[in-house]
Ligand binder design. Structure first.
Ligand code: AHR
Length: 542
């Protein structure tokens, strides 16, 4: 490898080159990065219909001791369903409750990780026809091992209307497969709604699971693209992610069924939290919004204006000051300062669909007019030919075999240096070369990334996909980071990204391979100044 380290031949690599793409897939957020332990906290998983789906909540007791149903008595306007529990037994008399009482439990997302010495905040809303005495506890998966417990006692007048209850439980033992129980031995009718359990210790106190976010922080992502992917589109528009439904007090969020990856999300990890996540990671947020197109239906361009307004409002929410309508909502959520939103993507993988170009232009014009500095990303690949619409960036996705991806290290060598820049927002080796993660896949990805580094005058951003998988719900293989309730590891693809941590903002040196085998070898050399020790480093990858 011949390296020309002279100043004239060196070229700066964009500060933004390597980042991450977070999609709500594989329970990456709900039951993953978002530390909420309760799954389906509003008993609403079926949507706002009755009977809705209370899964994975289950009942403790039998038909002689209690009757559980759902009704629409909740105090929350956008999520009316509440759980009604009619307790037929009591601690005395003829129908004695079983020891430990009757009630409901939630196993979380394949078991809650409750750890000795740690504290958990449990919040729920309750209402009753009489006085209540409810035991709130974390137990083992069969209800036997009590890890933490407290009793909530209130008079009939205290709970005759919906009342918020909040308790802090400290665990005296550890169990990675725990559940939350709400039980009683008091006869009467009790309603529950919006039950939440969060560890007190989350990343910067913002609700993110520490070990998972550390995996992200360790690869120093310069941007975070969110919240999808197909998750943004939906199989049908009615199930797409819509930011306005995901903000405000968590109790009031309706939640939604993501019909591409087929699971319910309470949307605790909403638009605000994604922006907060970016800020906490020191990464630039890249917001992908729905452009009126799902996998199966599309809004006609003549009717797209409400979607355009929704996108403009979202940008206002993120970055206008708190005297603006949506900036005020953000400030009320605890972030008076604007977030640093500079990039938006108009849809995901929709290029070629009937209404894409028409809709795109409506979004593009309105955003350009209102926010001239915002950089926009088109779904159409402009790496081989000029696009028929204006854009700042074009999206490029590739999932392929190891051989193909490796050979794509030259994919951008001949791309025009004029016009929009490339954003390789999803890349990975998939299929049998990768399985659930392999060294072969990672090596091919390394070769591809070397090619991106060398072409970083035109490729300005790149992110692997998908980022996270909860091992209990593998909707997509492979993924960069694998976890369950208590464990986490990076696949070889993650560690390749780790190897490129210093590339963003570094200097690319002119490196030429002295070989005849240019198809099976790629190499690059970078140099950078480390801010911690003020030393200059050089890294050669081949
Ligand atoms: O990364 C998984 C999926 O692949 C994304 O949701 C989508 O954009 C692509 O098809």
């Amino acid at each position: 490898l011949l390296i020309d380290a002279s100043e004239g031949s060196a070229r700066p690599i964009p500060q933004t080159l390597f980042g991450v793409f977070f999609e709500e897939i594989n329970h990456a957020g709900a039951g993953g990065l978002w530390a909420e332990l309760v799954s389906n906290r509003g008993f609403e998983a079926g949507g706002s219909n009755i009977p809705s789906n209370i899964d994975p909540w289950s009942i403790i007791g039998d038909e002689s001791s209690l009757i559980v149903s759902t009704d629409c008595s909740s105090c929350f306007e956008r999520n009316k369903v509440a759980l009604r529990m009619e307790v037929l037994c009591s601690s005395e008399g003829t129908n004695i409750c079983p020891s430990g009482g009757v009630g409901i439990y939630n196993p979380g997302f394949w078991g809650m990780n409750i750890e000795q010495g740690k504290s958990y905040k449990v919040v729920f809303y309750v209402c009753s026809t009489g006085a209540i005495n409810i035991s709130v506890s974390f137990t083992g998966s069969n209800g036997l091992q009590t890890l933490a417990s407290t009793n909530i006692i209130a008079s009939a007048s205290d709970v005759s209307n919906w009342t918020k209850m909040e308790v802090l439980l400290e665990a005296n033992e550890t169990n990675h497969n725990s559940r939350l129980q709400l039980t009683t031995t008091k006869k009467g009718v009790v309603w529950f709604d919006q039950v939440s359990a969060m560890p007190l210790d989350t990343y910067k106190g913002h609700g993110f699971r520490n070990e998972l976010i550390e995996m992200l922080a360790n690869i120093k992502p310069r941007f975070i693209r969110f919240p999808g992917g197909c998750f943004v589109e939906g199989e049908w528009l009615r199930n797409a992610f819509r930011w306005k439904e995901s903000i405000g007090p968590w109790e009031e969020r309706p939640g939604h069924f993501g019909d591409v990856w087929m699971y319910w999300t309470d949307d605790g990890l909403g638009f605000f939290e994604f922006l907060q996540l970016a800020e906490d990671l020191g990464a630039l947020p890249i917001w992908v919004f729905n452009n009126g197109i799902s996998h199966n239906d599309q809004v006609d361009t003549s009717s797209i204006l409400p979607f355009v307004q929704e996108a403009l409002d979202g940008i206002e929410f993120a970055r206008a000051d708190s005297s603006s309508t949506w900036g005020a909502v953000r400030a009320a959520m605890g972030h008076p300062e604007p977030f640093d939103l500079r990039y938006v993507a108009i849809g995901n993988e929709d290029c070629g669909k009937k209404n894409y170009r028409g809709n795109y232009l409506k979004f593009y014009d309105a955003i350009r007019r209102a926010y001239p500095d915002i950089k926009m990303i088109s779904n159409c690949d402009g790496s081989f030919h000029q696009l028929d619409h204006p854009t700042d960036f074009y999206d490029f996705h590739v999932y392929t075999s190891a051989n193909n991806l490796f050979s794509m290290s030259h994919r951008f060598d001949h791309t025009s240096r004029q016009g929009p820049k490339a954003f390789v927002s999803e890349y990975a080796v998939t299929g049998k070369d990768a399985g659930t993660g392999s060294l072969l896949a990672a090596l091919a990805e390394a070769g591809f990334l070397i090619g991106l580094e060398k072409n970083s005058d035109v490729v300005q951003m790149a992110s692997y996909a998908p980022l996270f998988v909860n091992s209990n719900d593998r909707r997509w293989n492979p993924d960069a980071i694998v976890f369950n309730s208590s464990q986490v590891y990076g696949t070889p693809s993650y560690w390749v990204q780790h190897f490129f941590t210093e590339s963003s903002g570094a200097t690319l040196l002119n490196a030429t391979l002295q070989t005849n085998s240019s198809t099976s070898l790629v190499a690059s050399a970078i140099t950078w100044q480390n801010s911690e020790d003020d030393q200059t480093y050089i890294r050669i990858k081949d």
